[in-house]
Write a protein that binds this ligand. Structure first.
Ligand code: TRP
Length: 334
């Protein structure tokens, strides 16, 4: 098994990202085989952005990942733009990508609709670069959020079409969709997913929030009528708090319910959940502060990751170029 995932360079990672994605990345290190994580700065250029801010956010994200337990010795952690083969493969794969399929991508339509001026061609071909990210490593397994399903299906189609046309050179990867994180809801609107773009500011808990801010957000969390502490479709607010409590403690929702049996009301549930989340995130925030302060060291880690990544992509690109008939034929190389 070879795990690959890409993460957007934003410093504002929230509890849903943390529990749904980052914790899974860290767990991926325990698997047999490699785990490869890429901070996707090239993807970030497809919408309006500030170059200086992008660099800052890239460091923020790298530091959060390491602070959360991602070990750059055991995983490959690198910056997308440092490994030039991603861009090259994206171009090569664009010739086996259906324009009609790209035109059906929900994320393109959503993001294009949100742009104030330029809707870039890069935004349109975003899924091809994403396919290249994964296929350049012959990765087998791609942990991603549910919103990425369409991109994963397209990536699989691209790999299969490439192999059908040129021979079995690429691996058709599988998406894996973590269950828990997908269920972390906004604390103010517990029927909507916690999200930096679609959610409320008050209802979104960030990984780097101070304990006081976390406590305040939980204290103000929206709950349901009644006073019974149990999970159920009729109780979205309470269910969300129990899910968060369980995830933060690493137990089941049933255990979280049982632990609240003696509670006097929803206030106790909010307090217990806030406490568990503070306990979960405080060490991460503290390690983050130390790591983020040393950009030289972050660059060193990313540079080392890029070296390891390039060793893999160089071989894959040699094969891709050879079967596609572009570049100097391997037999003529010396
Ligand atoms: N599109 C993904 C997202 O928005 C990020 C991403 C880029 C990615 N390249 C990837 C995820 C490759 C998995 C594999 O979350």
């Amino acid at each position: 098994m070879r795990i690959f995932s890409g993460i957007q360079p934003t410093g504002r990672k929230h509890l849903g990202n943390f529990i749904g994605a980052i914790v899974q990345y860290v767990a991926g290190q325990e698997q047999e085989g490699e785990s490869i994580y890429c901070v996707v700065d090239l993807h970030a250029t497809t919408v309006a952005y500030e170059p200086g801010v992008l660099r800052e956010r890239l460091y923020d994200t790298t530091a959060i990942l390491i602070a959360a337990g991602l070990d750059p010795e055991r995983s490959i952690l690198f910056r997308q733009s440092d490994v030039r083969e991603h861009s090259e493969l994206a171009w090569l794969l664009s010739s086996v990508t259906s324009w009609g399929d790209l035109n059906r991508m929900h994320q393109f339509k959503d993001k294009a609709g949100a742009q104030r001026d330029l809707v870039s061609a890069g935004l349109f071909t975003y899924p091809v670069l994403m396919a290249a990210d994964v296929l350049a490593y012959r990765a087998t397994t791609v942990p991603v959020g549910d919103d990425q399903r369409q991109h994963i299906e397209l990536m699989r189609d691209i790999a299969a079409r490439f192999n059908a046309r040129y021979g079995d050179v690429l691996v058709v990867p599988e998406g894996v969709y973590p269950e828990v994180g997908a269920r972390i809801m906004d604390l103010q609107e517990p029927t909507r997913k916690m999200s930096t773009t679609g959610g409320t500011e008050e209802g979104t808990v960030y990984v780097l929030d101070e304990p006081k801010a976390i406590e305040k957000k939980f204290k103000r969390a929206v709950t349901d009528s009644g006073s019974e502490i149990r999970a159920g479709a009729d109780k979205p607010g309470v269910t969300n708090l129990l899910e968060i409590l369980a995830a933060a403690r690493g137990t089941s929702v049933a255990d979280a319910e049982t632990s609240m049996a003696g509670a006097r009301g929803y206030g106790d549930l909010k307090g217990a959940t806030a406490e568990a989340v503070v306990e979960l995130l405080t060490p991460v925030r503290e390690r983050y502060e130390a790591l983020r302060a040393d950009e030289g060291e972050l660059e060193r880690i990313l540079g080392r990751g890029a070296e390891k990544a390039s060793a893999i992509t160089a071989d894959v690109l040699t094969d891709v170029r050879a079967v596609m008939g572009v570049g100097c034929p391997p037999a003529a190389r010396r």
